[in-house]
Design a protein around this ligand. Structure first.
Ligand SMILES: CC(C)(COP(=O)(O)OP(=O)(O)OC[C@H]1O[C@@H](n2cnc3c(N)ncnc32)[C@H](O)[C@@H]1OP(=O)(O)O)[C@@H](O)C(=O)NCCC(=O)NCCS
Length: 112
């Protein structure tokens, strides 16, 4: 850690996601001791809705699990929390203001 996964299709890079110790410098109250975090999940617009996003998230979840972490954390916007992460088993644990925006902090329990 940190480590990143990159989605490559036919030699072209279309997305990435990372595992980091903590993703919120100057962390909001209640998140200071949480670790590690899923960070920087991104898929280029032309390749969205083809399964790359969930594949990248699963790769980082597996990396955290193999490293022995019982939980993984992330922060995101309220819509992405509901539409993208909740269907993959992520649970909201906190809503807060961060860098001027409403954000949702989420947790995924990693099964051993
Ligand atoms: C979020 C992201 C990685 C999803 O990647 P993807 O490969 O398109 O993932 P999926 O195809 O599985 O999409 C899953 C669903 O989430 C929805 N979704 C994801 N982000 C959404 C958002 N911000 N608003 C509304 N719906 C969203 C997709 O529309 C899709 O819905 P559907 O299954 O009903 O069609 C991609 O949209 C992206 O890179 N967005 C910009 C960066 C970002 O928001 N990253 C997450 C920050 S933590």
């Amino acid at each position: 850690m940190p480590c990143s996964y990159v989605a490559v299709v036919d030699g072209e890079v279309y997305g990435s996601a990372s595992l980091v110790d903590h993703d919120m410098p100057g962390p909001p109250e209640g998140t200071e001791t949480l670790r590690p975090w899923l960070s920087g999940v991104y898929v280029t617009p032309e390749r969205r809705k083809t399964g790359l996003g969930p594949a990248l998230v699963r790769a980082v979840e597996e990396a955290a699990r193999v490293l022995g972490h019982p939980c993984l954390y992330l922060y995101t916007g309220p819509v992405t929390a509901v539409k993208f992460y909740a269907p993959m088993g992520w649970a909201e644990i906190l809503t807060t203001q961060y860098e001027g925006s409403n954000v949702v902090v989420m947790q995924k329990e990693l099964r051993f």
